[in-house]
Ligand binder design. Sequence first.
Ligand code: SAM
Length: 243
Amino acid sequence: MIKSADRLALAFKVSINMVMPVLLHMNSVDVKRKKNERKFWNRISRIYDSWIKKAFEDQYAEFRLKFSSSVQSTDTVLELGTGTGDIALHIAPHCKEVVGIDLAPEMIAIANGKRSAWNLENISFQVGDAYNLPFDEFSFDKVICCNVLQTMKDPLRAITEGRKVLKDGGEFISITYCFGDSSFWELLKLIKWVILYGKPRYWINFTRNDLIANFKRADFEILEDEDIWKTPVVLFLRCKKRG
Ligand SMILES: C[S@@+](CC[C@H](N)C(=O)[O-])C[C@H]1O[C@@H](n2cnc3c(N)ncnc32)[C@H](O)[C@@H]1O
């Protein structure tokens, strides 16, 4: 007869043998995803600022204003997918502290160069994955994200992870291109960028409703939704973490 301690040990061994391959597989999928994303965005980092300035300056002027007026002087803010740090640098004078993270080291290197030039004390940048944030739960008053969610493989995972590091009642503020609600002509224009710079590994043609549904699924209350650009549609969302 098998003793109950032996039975327990056997059950433990069997579960480990079943779970470990799944975990290892999930880890290798994640390593591959990060490698793919880094490869594309590291390459784009070299032309990113001049591209934004040339093609999207009016839109970015609006985005900067919207984020700056959505934070308060007492807020600690985390920016997911900060890129070369443009939005973080512009909101720094309006909040207590801002941390920008990005998966692509070369984006972060440019952001750090600008940080030194701008001589701001309350801002830092670090390489990091929005799906696995290196911060304690309940650390931030606001999590912000600009022009990132539509480039992600799993935006819901980033939204859920952002929720974790928010204090109760904290806000996730996103500005996201919604090509699913934009005209065919706007979609055609995307082809020009793909020809010039290549296609990001992941891309989602969000509709406004799809994007809002992701935030609701992650247990956020939608406080504000506004089209802050019409052609193409760019959706501003201010969402509150339910306590
Ligand atoms: C279109 S750029 C936007 C950069 C910046 N937010 C802006 O508005 O200028 C998208 C950025 O998201 C970053 N990104 C994509 N997936 C990410 C992830 N899982 N974790 C962190 N950053 C990510 C990319 O490296 C890239 O810098």
